[in-house]
Design a protein around this ligand. Structure first.
Ligand code: NAD
Length: 476
């Protein structure tokens, strides 16, 4: 079979941008200013490991500085390259604008297969990479704030934060130099689950709008909907777990590096997660059928398809055969520009990446604010809130006694009502609010404009308009 030529990831993002920009009335030149990537820094550095010097290549791309700091994850993968980092940085600009996180867009990457290194080696490599970036203010609480992405997590963020702190010993805001840190190193409750949680909140909001659900040819709620997820990493695992455990959805397929597992009766996500931790892949998992050619399962019958691994997995070679009426892009750029067109024509509804996976940057924003304010969310008001609730409960208890058998408080009302919100509850509430408001902004354009027939174009229009306003306010 001859391979079908598709644009690169960055070109794909630009094509989608252009589609939306063509429907807007931007001043001449501003469109290009917004689209182009401001700068990409490439660094090659050596680290002595196992008695030999190894050279690594890393990138940090800054797409737009209409707001600072700029923000975006750092990815560890062998496929990392300049084009990819620039595409991801551009998506960060639009994503932050859409969810009103006050940042410009950035992204970083290191060409490395992290599974090939011991923990202490990864620490050495990460610290050296962080040093190279911090030296040029590409890690800095007021200029550029990285976060985890594919192949990185809390551990790497803690090393980076510590490296920055060692280099800037008098910076009182040093902890705000990266987000996604562990709780004991200045992190925030709920950051690890945030992107997956955001997918859940995004889907809940979608299903709160029957008209939108109808556009995807479905009805009802998330309950009983069949889900296929690709990539059971940070994002995919949390999304699949929450949807199946809290919303009644049925995860029927899981696609991983070593193939896919499928069971129309539903798969226990937590059990598969534990299996992967123990065996390194899904192969051999007992309660489902294994297929070695994992990507073929993207084409299986389901209601909701969640690509949560890599970019470009739904492309011109398989788009026509995708059966899911609803795709939510948990990964960045999983659908190529060409595939997007094919799917749009078929009537597939796509909840776009820049909205769908914005939960991560939203909670990163909360973490950054927490670090700058040097206080945990809820610390001042929690007990005061509980004391006020206590007053009401006491009055209700008095009423309860007075009314006798005629009325009584519901059994668990007292315990639930008395409890003041802790940091995790506040973070989830802030995330939920953000996902709902951003969805409404996006769907308003989708519904109101005759020339917009998909959520992605709508999302771009909202974001580009906000970035443009911000540039104009700067006098550009
Ligand atoms: P991760 O490294 O935790 O997980 C990725 C998962 O995908 C792993 O389980 C891996 O085994 C699997 N995978 C890799 N190659 C695969 C293949 N060819 N087929 C099937 N599965 C494969 O990464 P993550 O943080 O969950 O990121 C996943 C996607 O979500 C990326 O596109 C990332 O940019 C995006 N994202 C992540 C965050 C975040 O907060 N972590 C935020 C926004 C967007």
């Amino acid at each position: 079979m001859t391979a079908i030529k598709e644009p690169s990831f960055r070109e794909s993002v630009d094509l989608m941008f252009n589609r939306a920009a063509a429907l807007m009335d931007l001043p001449p030149g501003l469109e290009e200013k917004i689209r182009v990537c401001n700068a990409t820094y490439t660094v090659r550095f050596g680290v002595r490991l196992r008695g030999q010097i190894h050279t690594f290549t890393g990138y940090r791309s800054v797409h737009s500085e209409h707001m600072e700091p700029v923000k975006g994850g750092i990815r560890y993968a062998m496929a990392v390259n300049q084009d990819e980092v620039e595409a991801l940085a551009a998506l960060m600009t639009y994503k932050c604008a859409l969810v009103e996180a006050p940042f410009g867009g950035s992204k970083g990457g290191l060409r490395i297969d992290p599974r090939k290194y011991e923990e202490h080696e990864l620490e050495q490599i990460t610290r050296r990479f962080a040093y190279e970036l911090a030296k040029r203010d590409l890690i800095n609480p007021s200029q550029n704030v990285p976060a985890p992405d594919m192949g990185t997590g809390e551990r790497e963020m803690a090393w980076m934060a510590d490296q920055y702190a060692r280099m800037n010993t008098t910076d009182i805001n040093a902890r705000a130099c990266v987000t996604g840190k562990p709780l004991n190193a200045g992190g925030i409750s709920g950051r690890v689950e945030a992107t997956g949680r955001g997918i859940q909140y995004a889907l809940r909001e979608f299903f709160r709008n029957p008209e939108d659900v109808k556009k995807a040819g479905m009805s009802g709620s998330l309950d009983g909907k069949r889900v296929i997820v690709q990539g059971l990493g940070n994002v995919g695992y949390h999304a699949a777990k929450f949807l199946s455990e809290e919303d009644g959805s049925l995860v029927v397929g899981i696609i991983e590096r070593d193939g896919a597992i499928y069971n129309p009766e539903g798969i226990d996500v937590e059990a598969v997660h534990q299996w992967i931790v123990k065996h390194g892949g899904v192969n051999g998992y007992p309660d489902a059928t294994h297929t070695a050619e994992g990507t073929a399962v993207l084409e299986e019958e389901c209601d909701i398809l969640i690509p949560a691994a890599l970019e470009g997995v739904i492309n011109l070679s398989n788009a026509e055969r995708i059966k899911a009426p609803l795709i939510i892009e948990a990964a960045n750029g999983p659908v190529t520009a060409g595939a997007d067109e094919v799917l749009r024509k078929k009537g597939t509804v796509i909840i776009p990446d820049m909205y769908a996976n914005a939960g991560g940057v939203t909670v990163s924003y909360f973490e950054w604010v927490k670090n700058l304010s040097h206080i945990r969310f809820g610390r001042m008001q929690r007990r005061q809130e509980e004391a006020r609730h206590e007053l009401i409960v006491k009055e209700l208890e008095r009423l309860d006694r007075y009314l006798g058998d005629a009325w009584s408080m519901s059994p668990d009302f007292k315990a639930k009502y008395l409890k003041g919100a802790d940091e995790l509850e506040l973070v989830r509430s802030g995330l939920d609010d953000t996902m709902r408001i951003a969805y409404q902004a996006m769907s308003e354009v989708w519904h109101d404009r005759d020339d917009v027939d998909d959520l992605r174009t709508a999302a771009y229009i909202v974001s580009i308009d906000r970035v443009a306003k911000s540039y104009r306010a700067k006098g550009l």
